[in-house]
Write a protein that binds this ligand. Structure first.
Ligand code: NAD
Length: 244
């Protein structure tokens, strides 16, 4: 049975992607920064109830050596790695003049370096298999920019370049790499925003509602499916028409 690895999958979009790919028949390697992220959380049980295998691999994906070790463990446990979803991400928003160097570096390392780390080690497994699907979580902030998100938009724009580079570098081995760029999705990440900010964003969304995690998971499922076999190096916006 094929295996999918989803980083940052204890909650939010990552958990929804893991559940959807389990419904699609993949064995699931869940990841988050620590085992405790899965305490009081039934994602692993919900996935196992779908009749596939599921295991948690705690690792900080911003750390090169932890990713190398985790990918080795996933390969040993499941035999193959067929889909990688680089989903883990954080925000540390603030206006440029007040943004600390620490918060700039942290967001770049969690959101952007993690994609280098995981794509390098998983890509090497996929190259030997001569097949694989890599799906990266970018953001509309990476395409259009967003005031207060210099660090975040930099990391998400970089992911677009990394997606296209991966598609070009690994394409000859039967590996596709695409990105999704969500707009405003209802998750713990966006719950942190002020009511004023949420109302302002809602006014700009053509569909006049926020997105749901399942609406991201559905597009990721498509990109992992045989129907997307000739799609690579693309960025698909999932924003309800927030940005046009
Ligand atoms: P979330 O905060 O709900 O979940 C992110 C998960 O990543 C958490 O479980 C967190 O513990 C994990 N994580 C953080 N740092 C990690 C690390 N170093 N190693 C491993 N795991 C780590 O966020 P979400 O809203 O579900 O976002 C998921 C992805 O989608 C992110 O990359 C985010 O930037 C992107 N995105 C979200 C939105 C949105 O509106 N929610 C919009 C655009 C893009």
């Amino acid at each position: 049975m094929a295996t999918a690895v989803i980083t940052g999958s204890a909650r939010g979009i990552g958990a929804a992607i893991a559940e959807r790919l389990a419904k699609d028949g993949y064995n699931i390697a869940l990841n988050d920064i620590s085992q405790s992220c899965f305490d009081n959380n039934d994602i692993s049980d919900r996935i196992k109830a779908l009749g596939v295998e599921c295991e948690i691999f705690a690792a900080d994906v911003s750390k090169h050596d932890q990713c190398e070790d985790m990918v080795k463990k996933i390969k040993a446990r499941f035999g193959t790695i067929d889909v990688l979803v680089n989903n883990a991400g954080i925000t540390r928003d603030g206006l440029l003049a007040r943004m600390s160097e620490e918060n700039y570096d942290l967001v770049i390392s969690v959101n952007q370096k993690s994609v280098f780390n995981m794509t390098k080690f998983t890509g090497s497994v996929m190259m030997k298999q001569r097949s694989g699907r890599i799906i990266n979580l970018s953001s509309v902030a990476g395409v259009y920019g967003n005031a207060g998100q210099m660090n975040y938009s930099a990391s998400k724009a970089a992911i677009i370049g990394m997606t296209k580079t991966t598609a070009k570098e690994l394409g000859s081995r039967g590996i596709t790499c695409n990105a999704v760029a969500p707009g405003f999705i209802d998750t713990p990440m966006t719950a942190q925003l002020s009511d004023e900010m949420k109302a302002a964003i809602l006014g700009q969304i053509a569909l006049k509602r926020y997105g749901q995690v399942e609406e991201i998971a559905g597009v990721v499922s498509f990109l992992a499916s045989p129907d997307a076999s000739y799609v690579t190096g693309q960025v698909i916006e999932i924003s309800g028409g927030l940005s046009m």
